[in-house]
Design a binder for this molecule. Sequence first.
Ligand SMILES: [Zn+2]
Length: 68
Amino acid sequence: MERSSRFYRCVNCGEPFSYLNVFSFAGEVEAIVHGTCEICADALADAMAIVRDGDEQRDNQDNDGPGG
Ligand SMILES: [Zn+2]
């Protein structure tokens, strides 16, 4: 098992961090904090936004009884 390489690979896609998937300071922070490359961090943030949106839309339906 390699020791220090784990910290330098994206936990999502498994690619080693490089200028190809980490190209800004924000991406570097993501890599250190979340362990994901900038591309994956971006995709995950996108997916989370969609999930959150769908969750809030389902909060407005409480009247589901039969109309009678
Ligand atoms: Zn990745």
